[in-house]
Ligand binder design. Sequence first.
Ligand code: NAD
Length: 508
Amino acid sequence: MTTVHSAHSIQVHNPADGTVVGAVPDQDRDAVAAAAAALRAAQPTWEEIGPAGRRKWLLSWQDWLIDNSARLSEIVRSETGKPRATADIEVPAAVDLMKYWANNAARFLADDHPKPHNLLGRTKQLTTCYRPYPVVGVITPWNFPLLNVFFDALPALMAGAAVLVKPSEVTPLSAVEIGRGWTEIGAPPVFSVVTGSGNTGHAVVEAVDYLQFTGSTRTGRKIAAACGDRLIPCSLELGGKDPAIVLADADLDRAANGIAYGSMFNAGQVCISIERVYVEEPVYDEFVAKLTERVAALRQGDDARPYSADVGALATPAQRDIVQRHVDEALAAGARTTVGGKSTGTGTFFEPTVLVDVDHSMSCVTEETFGPTVPVMKVADEDEAVRLANDSIYGLSATVWTGDKQRGEKVARRLEAGAVNVNDSFANMFSFALPMGGWKQSGIGARWGGAAGIRKYCRQQAITVPRLPMQKSEVTWFPASKIKTRALITLLQGMAARGKRRLPGPRS
Ligand code: NAD
């Protein structure tokens, strides 16, 4: 199950049973630079064909994805140990995202013609246009090996950039297949996948013009520093410790079902997993009983009989060890489990676990766990819940559970998080019209969210074109003169200042 690096290749394992399921090259700096150079050479033509030309390729890729969905889903499963029901979602979610960008990119990338801000500006036609960064690097983690690539590669490609992907060394096989698909449909060579570990990722940062990163806050910090050195922009989608607030007026059955799903889906390996729950005192006992019942009912296993498992393996032994450490440290400090608490089976499985009697001194509440555990805390009221929810270095997303939707929205606006779902888990993630991004140490920038989600891969270019017939010279040009300078001051001050300060003349 450990990722094995030989001199030139990396073995990929199925964490559910430890079998080797593939191998990819561990590509070095030269290989990455060569891939980036080839992309750079092909990109201008890709930009030239415009959004309508690129749309055709995107939809052709979408067809390929659907036609190969069963095989791709198996590859996702083989390198992650996910149950089928979880792996099967990746292709359709990517298909949906493809439609979003295919249908909206042209509109989002259209030139803007802003109104001039003053009278002088009216002598020009003003245009802002959106020109892509030539080569965009996309570095991804292992939790959704197929979707994570599409999340960011699609808008970058539709913006007219060429895209260089470096998937996680733990789960590179899905990304390699996606690259194969792009070639198979005969698309222009503006999408490439390089494989390897952190060094390969660093080489990508050195070779591209914009870097989109999804992964841990620890690596994100290194990438931001490397991008800073090169003075290239980056956007970072990092870790989280998402709180859920259960108010006393909530429908407790829905809250328990939603929080069981939001904390255990993909074995808790979702950046926006619910990782801590604050429950108002009057309903605490009842909620804990209901959540425990839901979590205890989850079926865990390798899904040998299709769709017989809800919760699969963790992606690596290291990930399982983090989960075990968080649980052990909590128990040693006085917490209790109401269900679960240990690893099971031969693979990297960890029992779906509910922790109670926890507090903010424990690692299970302060650090990102990224596993199937959910600590629950009792709070006196809404104010305490909001204060504790905001007491985190992270600010990715949050949920609020209440019978009063208006109250839910009011609480949402008090939370320091990039997204808040009222009475639901993950809803923001599948609303591509909304931005998805983290506050605080959960990230910089955001993906999706209408025009901003594609324009982020573009450099803005300002163009002015005269509206009036051309003269040989302009009054503001050389030679300088007192009269011309005074006229300019009078004009600018007259247009911009207030009251009598609009009038020219000396002032002490
Ligand atoms: P990670 O940071 O260990 O690795 C992510 C990627 O970065 C991998 O491809 C890795 O090879 C590469 N990398 C490592 N060192 C590098 C370096 N110095 N330069 C360039 N690239 C480097 O993260 P992970 O363990 O694969 O994924 C889990 C993390 O991802 C969790 O923290 C999770 O919250 C986060 N995540 C965030 C989002 C989001 O949208 N905010 C989504 C999914 C996962």
